[in-house]
Design a protein around this ligand. Sequence first.
Ligand code: ADP
Ligand code: ZN
Length: 195
Amino acid sequence: MSYKLILFGPPGAGKGTQAALISKEYGLRHISTGDIFRKHMKDQTDLGKEILDYMNKGLLVPDELTIKIALNEIKDLNGFILDGFPRTIEQVKALEQNSSVDAAFYIGVSEDTAIKRLCGRKTCSNKTCNEVYHMVDRKPKLENICDKCNSSLYQRSDDNEETVKTRLKEYNTKTAPLLNHYMHKNKLLMIMKKQ
Ligand code: ADP
Ligand code: ZN
């Protein structure tokens, strides 16, 4: 049985971590638009250059670009977990014109916790590992080195307090309306974690 799932929620809620677990458990392709965009920035592609400013400021990448990238990823797939797409009602509509969705998971977190988590976050640079650390709550044994695979750790350029606040604002104004949308479609599943 294959599922088409969506995962959304504010930055810092743990979308990436949960999506990786669900993807493994159900054998679904994990598609993160944030990861795809970061890869383009790293490789300095035309798209990477176009989105740099939005990403570094914590603003959403324009719908037109995002929709093209996301729809291209899911075409021909029978099952997937979309991590961070759709994030606007425009994106929801584009997705609905192209694919069915079985369920939309919402993961919540308080703004204070989101800021604390993201500002101390460091991630393993080895893409097949992707282990996440925290400079206060979950330090690696050796500074800046992954305990699991010995690769170096990196901090995302948008994980600083000012940018995180912009990302939260973008979430509240543009993405939060998805809660109502998927609730009315009877597809909403809410995961509220202990803070
Ligand atoms: P987070 O949810 O923690 O902010 P992501 O890695 O999912 O982190 O996204 C990082 C950035 O990538 C966002 O701030 C935004 O600039 C861009 N992005 C990712 N997905 C989308 C999307 N669906 N629509 C617009 N921008 C997106
Ligand atoms: Zn690692």
